[in-house]
Design a binder for this molecule. Structure first.
Ligand SMILES: *Cc1c(COP(=O)(O)O)cnc(C)c1O
Length: 239
């Protein structure tokens, strides 16, 4: 997609929503089952407030401390009641306490040790923390996530932790200019989720598939995404 930098946030959001709808209809899905996570890591509180006014309800941040400043900022105080904040970036153990206080959903749980710490901190504040498990489907050293072969064991462990609610899976495929090349990664994540659901690890099914970014969300939706994480197409390039 070409990004027009003179486009306002409201207009960019409208365009993204339209494209989500089109991709859903094209793949015979209900647009309402696809949530838009507006990735605000490059946005300041004023920009986030503008997106809120344009109807955005879920914001994704990749760093705990940056998110904390924004969540507590003046600009967002009044509005923040109905807003959901999601952590989409890698989580370090020493940041878990703050993350659990701040975020409605953590997309990036990828080890038993991290899950245990999230569970422990959630228990302390009497919270059931919604989480997704991040899966690493490529060999890139820079990526986080549990490898496919460790996924089932990790979810079995997580299912035994009382203050966690695992809702599904998340992945970040390698970047390709041609979004078609990401299709197999998205399809694989969907298969892994279907396989997990067939094992009935929890009494409910894992429903969420957090996959798709500005460049490839249409393909992700065609492959079953329920949460697209979109930054650049809404807020512009990170400065
Ligand atoms: C930054 C980021 C996004 C958004 O990427 P865009 O290409 O700007 O849409 C999505 N997911 C994660 C994990 C990110 O770090």
């Amino acid at each position: 997609m070409l990004i027009c930098y003179t486009m306002g946030i409201a207009e960019a959001l409208r365009n993204v929503r339209e494209e989500i709808n089109d991709a859903a209809v094209k793949s015979r899905r209900v647009p309402e089952e696809i949530k838009l996570v507006a990735v605000s890591k490059a946005a300041n509180p004023g920009m986030i407030a503008e997106a809120v006014r344009a109807g955005a309800l879920i914001f994704g941040e990749s760093r705990v401390q940056e998110a904390e400043k924004k969540v507590k900022s003046e600009e967002l105080r009044v509005k923040s009641e109905k807003i959901e904040w999601h952590l989409i970036g890698h989580l370090q153990k020493n940041k878990v306490k703050h993350a659990v206080q701040l975020f409605d959903l953590i997309h990036s749980v990828d080890s038993a040790g991290l899950a245990e710490e999230v569970n422990r901190q959630a228990e302390k504040i009497n919270k059931i923390q919604r989480i997704l498990v991040e899966v690493k489907l490529s060999e890139e050293a820079s990526k986080h996530g549990v490898a496919e072969k460790g996924l089932t064991a990790l979810l079995v462990q997580i299912a035994g932790m009382d203050n966690l609610k695992p809702e599904g899976l998340m992945t970040i495929p390698p970047y390709f200019d041609d979004p078609e090349k990401t299709r197999l990664y998205f399809r694989r994540l969907r298969q892994l989720q279907d396989n997990l659901n067939a094992l009935h690890i929890t009494h409910y099914a894992f429903r969420e598939l957090s996959m798709g970014m500005s460049n490839d969300f249409r393909v992700a939706i065609e492959e079953g995404s329920t949460m697209v994480r979109i930054g650049t197409a809404i807020f512009g390039e990170r400065k």
